[in-house]
Design a protein around this ligand. Sequence first.
Ligand code: SF4
Ligand code: SF4
Length: 132
Amino acid sequence: MPQTFPVPIFYECQRCTACCRWPGQVKITDAELARMAAHKGLSEAEFIERYTRLRWDRGGLALQEQPDGACIFLEGESCAVQPVKPQQCREFPNLWNFPGFEQTCHAFPREVSEAEYQRRLALIKTQGNERD
Ligand code: SF4
Ligand code: SF4
């Protein structure tokens, strides 16, 4: 019997914004901070003051939350820093997720070839702030 391998599944984001609303923290790196500050037309110091807080472990910065727990950059149904959003946001749910995430996340699970799967993962990892 020839060995068969599972078909890769790539989750296509439907921009439902559920992941921008659930409890958690969006960690940001120095480079991401600089890109988002430039995008907002702010100095890095102003950006830190207005939009960030210490991470729970005090090991760096995370984005602030709105009173209801949503990310500070969620505006209606869209992200105010979409072109430069943090890598943590870009990587969900294909590069990290949690058991049962499909119950809340509306990303469409599409079967793709291994080559296409790798191409899409590479885009998430490398395209960074060039992505829409
Ligand atoms: S930065 Fe944008 S994509 Fe990331 S959680 Fe906030 S609103 Fe959502
Ligand atoms: S990753 Fe999932 S939860 Fe987040 S916006 Fe896309 S479809 Fe919605």
